[in-house]
Design a protein around this ligand. Structure first.
Ligand code: SF4
Length: 182
């Protein structure tokens, strides 16, 4: 049996969507019979996003230059890109900073006004990626093939999405169990 080359990516999110993935518990063993995990923040330490990925689930919004570079790589090298969780689908929690009106007021508020001991702006070129002016949902940057809302999506919803994908079918994202936000 040819295994699906499967990846997951963590952009600007809290990792709760990935934690929900791990809530699949023993079903992960069944999943492992059908997929090769070729890139993921969970259970692997692969630094470069590989070529020829069949399916990639992306958690989080696009918030900084590193996120932006990675999501373009992901799109170019992936057949089916899944926007995984409310932060990927709408920008959600990381997007709350958008209402402050850009990078400068956000950094000033977080690191100067609320910096109790040694207020200073983070500035380590090559280490701390510059923030984008606005946090954007994934589909505003690249084409997305499938949306899975939820904060986080439940393990049941994740499983109900994965099962048809493993059969080579697109899941039907209809009904409260599959598309409710939050
Ligand atoms: S959608 Fe919710 S659980 Fe997932 S990364 Fe965003 S805040 Fe965390």
């Amino acid at each position: 049996m040819t295994k699906i080359r499967f990846a997951t990516v963590w952009l600007a999110g809290c990792s709760g969507c990935h934690m929900s993935f791990l809530d699949l518990d023993e079903w992960l063993l069944e999943l492992a019979q059908h997929v090769d995990v070729v890139y993921s923040p969970v259970g692997s330490d692969i630094k470069e996003y590989p070529d020829n990925v069949d399916v990639c689930w992306v958690e989080g919004g696009v918030a900084n230059e590193d996120n932006l570079e990675l999501i373009h790589q992901v799109r170019a090298k992936t057949k089916l890109l899944v926007s995984f969780g409310d932060c990927a689908v709408t920008a959600n929690v990381p997007g709350m900073r958008n209402m402050l009106g850009g990078v400068e007021p956000v950094l000033k508020r977080a690191y100067l006004e609320l910096g109790d001991v040694t207020p200073q702006l983070p500035d380590e070129p090559g280490i701390v990626p510059p923030l984008l002016d606005q946090v954007r949902p994934v589909h505003e940057i690249v084409n997305v093939d499938l949306f899975i809302p939820g904060c986080p999506p439940s393990a049941d919803r994740i499983k109900a999405t994965l099962e048809p994908l493993l059969r080579g079918e697109m899941p039907q994202m209809v009904g409260r169990e599959m598309i409710k936000f939050g």
